[in-house]
Ligand binder design. Structure first.
Ligand code: ADP
Ligand code: ZN
Length: 526
């Protein structure tokens, strides 16, 4: 048939059953329908999918969506099929017969939207296949995966420059929920999108209350968060390791909270069963590594908790962004401790990659630490990181109970000079625990056997308690005055910048944790 194409708004209403476009959706869709290239930055939950789905339906030919989320393709296709859109995917999980069926449908012109894993685009057979069908639009989802600077680089994405070279007349729309100015530039450059119009939505998620607490007893802290504020709510708890995922899930279940584990060590079957229970049942808490969540569309996730420090602000923003997609008040809570800093520095040092890579990872970590240690509004800092100016929000922990900043120069000097003395006088390095025992003058076995009670700094730090000292060490690490040594034991060494503190020419401002109770939420705005 050659009927005039349907208007985007009519498609929105007829096919998807929504009354109106949100935010910038209408202008993005109009631009792409008219044949323009677009680079779309929209936070998670902002409604990116419709920005390419509707152009795919309105423009003649098939819309081809490049997505790294192979595990979700089936769900996406099912959801589209349910509203009558002819969708299919091609990825490595299919056998030859299934692939062949999809290819025949595509060639017959029976597919509106085809999801494609990026690695398939490198195959000559895929390129040849796409040559034989009219393509209406190319969508590049999770476009930040092309950025080596970003936190989620996928080498296969580099091959996507082929799209423009091979099909210069087909409009392309690249979408991402996370991109600093630098990443944005890199996406535009690597995907040949320099001429594309950029649509940058606000990254603010005002209904999410951001909170970062010192990590004392993470499990007890998590339980208190769930029991006092989120009883019966769906939530996601992120842990760094598979072991802590399992341990945490077990502990929650033992407390009567319906929690399920999710990590790459579980079979595909168990993972997909747990994922669908989380999506379909009410009030399930998913305890997961970051392997979980990309592309998950569950509107009523009421809290996202991090029991370990995320590796980057981008990661943190993306993970916390899975809370409150329905716009209702939600909590993003992170417990962060000294051990996190030590562990992550060590992981960077011992991990793969060249010097430049490690340096980038170090910068990502520093930005994350700065967010943790800030004495000003968390949201302001977070949005500032993405290049967006804003006022103090009134709905984060530092706005609701402002931390004091205090002059910690003297304690910093005591701690740093202990490290220096151990290094110089004894040629020794120790972790935070021993350093603090020395400052507090504790006569432990380890102190005695090392004759640390003979050090000049033994017992000179009793003005602070053990927890406060841990806070000092943590902050000196994040301020780059202390460093984790490369010995693999997490011992601490002096950083070059510490010289100015020791000679008195530089003051050290520290953050004092306010006494905080669960009452924060009582004042919750929004
Ligand atoms: P993103 O990919 O940006 O994270 P999605 O495309 O998954 O977001 O959309 C998030 C949710 O918002 C989905 O449940 C989607 O159906 C819904 N949504 C998107 N656009 C609209 C709209 N114009 N009206 C109502 N709901 C919408
Ligand atoms: Zn704030």
């Amino acid at each position: 048939t050659t009927a005039a194409p349907e208007a985007p708004l009519d498609v929105l209403r007829r096919v998807f059953g929504y009354a109106d476009f949100r935010g910038e959706q209408a202008s993005i869709i109009d631009h792409v329908v008219a044949g323009g290239d677009a680079l779309v930055l929209m936070p998670t939950g902002g409604g990116k999918s419709l920005c390419y789905q509707i152009p795919a339906l309105v423009r003649p030919g098939t819309g081809v969506v490049i997505s790294p989320l192979i595990a979700l393709m089936q769900d996406q296709v099912d959801a589209l099929s349910a509203v009558g859109v002819r969708a299919a995917f091609l990825n490595s999980t299919q056998d030859a017969a299934e692939r062949h069926r999809v290819e025949s449908e595509l060639l017959a012109g029976d597919i509106d939207l085809l999801y494609l894993a990026p690695e398939r685009l490198k195959l000559q057979q895929t390129l040849a296949l796409l040559d034989r069908v009219p393509v209406g639009v190319f969508a590049i989802d999770e476009a930040h995966c092309v950025s080596q600077w970003g936190h989620d680089f996928r080498p296969d994405y580099l091959a996507l420059s082929v799209l423009h070279e091979r099909w210069p007349a087909v409009p392309r729309i690249a979408l991402t929920a996370t991109a600093t100015e630098a990443t944005r530039k890199e996406i535009a450059q690597r995907l040949d999108l320099a001429g594309a119009r950029q649509f940058v939505s606000s990254f603010d998620r005002p209904n999410i209350q951001y909170r970062i607490d010192p990590k004392n007893q993470p499990l007890a802290q998590l339980l208190s968060l769930i029991k006092s504020e989120h009883s019966g709510d769906a939530g996601i708890v992120y842990c760094l390791s598979r072991a802590s995922v399992e341990k945490t899930a077990d502990a929650l279940v033992a407390e009567g909270i319906p929690a399920l584990p999710y990590h790459a060590g579980l079979t595909a079957q168990v993972r997909s069963r747990n994922q669908s229970r989380f999506l379909r049942e009410d009030g399930v808490v998913m305890v997961a590594t970051i392997a979980f969540g990309m592309g998950i569309d569950k509107p009523d996730v009421r809290f996202v908790a991090h029991l370990d420090l995320p590796k980057s602000v981008e990661g943190y923003y993306q993970e916390t962004g899975r809370a409150g997609r329905d716009g209702l008040p939600s909590t993003a809570w992170l417990a962060y401790g000294l051990q996190d800093v030590v562990q992550q520095r060590r992981m960077i040092d011992e991990g793969e990659g060249d010097r430049a890579h490690k340096q980038r990872m170090g910068q990502h970590l520093d930005a994350m630490l700065a967010l943790c240690e800030t004495v000003s509004c968390r949201r302001q800092q977070l949005l500032g990181y993405f290049g967006q100016q804003s006022e103090a929000c009134g709905n984060c922990d530092t706005c609701l109970s402002p931390p004091e900043s205090w002059d910690g120069t003297v304690p910093a000097q005591k701690l740093l000079s202990t490290v220096v003395r151990l290094q110089r006088e004894r040629n020794q390095r120790f972790g935070a625990g021993q350093l603090i025992d020395i400052l507090l003058g504790k006569e432990t076995e380890r102190v005695r056997s090392n004759r640390h009670d003979e050090l000049k700094t033994f017992g000179i730090g009793t003005e602070l308690g053990d927890q406060e000292w841990r806070g000092v060490v943590r902050q000196l690490l994040s301020q780059g005055l202390l460093a984790v040594s490369a010995d693999g034991y997490g011992t601490l060494v002096i950083a070059p910048a510490a010289a100015e503190v020791l000679d008195g020419s530089r003051r050290v401002m520290l953050r004092r944790e306010p006494e905080r109770t669960a009452k924060v939420t009582k004042q919750r705005a929004g």
